[in-house]
Ligand binder design. Structure first.
Ligand SMILES: [Zn+2]
Length: 183
């Protein structure tokens, strides 16, 4: 474990978040609006990470790798391997440093990887990491909801491994995936 620095940023901005939510549900072009979600949310988060990494050079620390935690089931455009590569180019260009790497281990095909949370859950249980104290939920409830896509992925990871999930959830696990089926 390492010490962490917590940086608070508001993305998407409250001034337009409700309008973005409406856009997510629109049925027009592009047809996969749900997968656009909040389009700049994750790039803003990781560019902030880049800012921080760059700032550490003032202390004689020269980070060269920024890790995302995108997985196989992350189906939004801003969470794809293509998005990672594009943002990596942006990071290199705007810092003038072409040694910067931006990667997400679970979906790095160059390493032969394409996996989901079940790999992490299995590893953590084997190492006795108390996952019940971690949070995946993206709802605003204090207790993890248990039914949002992030909660579903988390619960499914335990289910796939046939492992006990000690996490307290607000609702029972739904039978089906919350992801929309797109034909
Ligand atoms: Zn949730």
């Amino acid at each position: 474990m390492h010490n962490v620095v917590e940086i608070k940023i508001e993305t998407p901005g409250a001034a337009y978040k409700k309008m973005l939510r409406i856009c997510k549900k629109m049925k027009d072009r592009p047809i996969y609006r749900h997968d656009v979600a909040y389009p700049a949310r994750n790039p803003i988060i990781f560019l902030t990470g880049l800012d921080y990494a760059y700032s550490l050079q003032s202390k004689g620390i020269f980070p060269k790798v920024i890790f995302a935690a995108y997985m196989k089931s992350d189906n939004l455009y801003h969470s794809s391997l293509t998005s990672i590569r594009l943002l990596n180019l942006v990071m290199c260009h705007i810092t003038g440093d072409w040694e910067f790497q931006f990667i997400s281990i679970p979906i790095e095909r160059e390493f032969g990887n394409c996996y989901d949370k079940e790999v992490y859950v299995k590893y953590c249980i084997e190492k006795k990491v108390p996952l019940e104290y971690t949070r995946s939920c993206v709802s605003d409830s204090k207790i993890q909801c248990g039914i949002c896509p992030a909660c579903w992925d988390r619960r499914n990871a335990f289910r796939i491994n046939n492992l006990e999930d000690k996490t307290v959830y607000k609702y029972p696990m739904p039978q089906d995936s919350p992801y929309p089926i797109v034909n």
